[in-house]
Design a protein around this ligand. Structure first.
Ligand code: SF4
Ligand code: SF4
Length: 357
């Protein structure tokens, strides 16, 4: 049986109140929250946007979702994970401050903002998964232990995966920093020697003593390194970096195996929104405003994470009259993630699109 994807059209000219009203109608018509029972704990996984970026899904829209969850007598929080790269979203305290600056707070959302700190023991969990590349996935416990996982994703382009929507938000976004590194790279991070001042801050944080000092410069022993990525976050001089291209060919497959790790025990307990609004070339990790590259299309919701991404991808392509993501990132076919996700049994690329008016 084909999965159902519910869809409401939006346009750039729509006022904020009009989009909120459309989202409320979509939630009601789709009935996707019927799976939620009173007292259950839902976790909304979102991207709060890097500093300077404004492509992220707006807090007033997320509030429509938290309001529906509360109306049904369930609890929820709004969450993101910390980043692998160095920026304001690398550590939880600063990440929460940035989320607040972008308008996400308990007052605006009717739900707390929760960003687990990777370094705190117990916040992550290793999940066995039957993947070709990943057999043990390191993900944040908050997401695996939620009764219901609600993905709220900005659908847009991405330099490594062609496009990013629900599958990327779950696969990369629910991973710990260690899990993100495992997906991004097949190698240990390296020290950019020109930037290293030999302060030694990175040495004591390494759990396997893989970092040593040699001629006043840090060195990483890649044979010892377990890829936890802690050193990247603590270096005050941005000297520890990741070879982003090293895992380029396999990143989409690894990411889908991480989606499997997060969702394998959540059959019928996932709700996935894609906001194909202010569609940009790059993801919301970009620390600046990224202009639109396609007309606004609308909001999609489904309990099938593959169908909801397939629908958004195809509707954006139809609105542009061409595959805008392939044009912007010619070396990267985003459709591969859909194909591999389907092969893993995560959902279906075939769906029935139900437009809500
Ligand atoms: S923390 Fe950074 S600057 Fe300091 S020794 Fe380590 S790599 Fe070099
Ligand atoms: S990634 Fe983790 S294990 Fe590898 S060198 Fe850095 S701190 Fe050590």
């Amino acid at each position: 049986m084909k999965s159902r994807v519910y869809f409401v059209r939006t346009a750039e000219a729509d006022a904020a109140a009009a989009i909120q009203d459309k989202l409320r109608r979509l939630i009601k018509a789709g009935g996707v929250f019927d799976v939620l029972e009173p007292e259950q704990r839902a976790v909304i996984k979102i991207h709060f946007g890097e500093e300077g970026n404004n492509g992220y899904v707006r807090p007033e829209l997320v509030r429509q979702i938290t309001a529906e969850i509360r109306r049904r007598g369930a609890y929820c929080c709004v969450s993101d994970s910390n980043t692998l790269y160095r920026g304001r979203r690398t550590r939880s305290d600063e990440h929460v401050r940035l989320a607040n600056e972008h308008g996400f707070s308990e007052e605006t959302l009717l739900a707390p903002v929760v960003i687990p700190e990777d370094a705190r023991p117990g916040n992550d969990v290793t999940v066995p998964v039957a993947g070709k590349f990943i057999q043990k996935a390191n993900v944040l416990r908050l997401y695996t232990e939620a009764d219901i996982l609600v993905g709220v994703s900005h659908f847009k382009g991405h330099g490594l995966t062609g496009f990013g929507g629900t599958l990327k938000n779950i696969g990369m976004g629910c991973a710990s920093r260690e899990g993100k590194l495992a997906q991004h790279s097949e190698v240990a991070p390296f020290v950019f020697v020109e930037q290293c001042v030999g302060c030694g801050t990175c040495i004591p944080v390494c759990p396997v003593d893989a970092i040593s000092m040699c001629e006043k410069t840090a060195r990483i022993d890649s044979k010892k390194c377990i890829g936890c990525a802690t050193c990247i976050a603590v270096c005050p001089h941005f000297a520890i970096q990741v070879d982003w291209s090293a895992g380029g060919k396999t990143i989409q497959q690894k990411m889908m195996e991480y989606v499997l790790a997060v969702l394998q025990d959540k059959k019928g307990r996932g709700i996935f929104f894609n906001f194909a609004v202010k569609i940009t070339k790059e993801c919301d990790c970009l620390a600046k405003d990224d202009p639109r590259v396609a007309p606004d299309v609308g909001i999609f919701v489904s309990d099938d994470p593959v169908s909801v991404d397939a629908a958004a991808y195809e509707q954006v392509t139809a609105a542009c009259g061409k595959d805008i993501f392939r044009q912007l990132h010619p070396w990267c076919d985003g459709a591969k993630q859909l194909e591999y996700a389907e092969a893993l049994g995560l959902g279906s690329r075939e769906y029935e699109l139900v437009e809500v008016r």
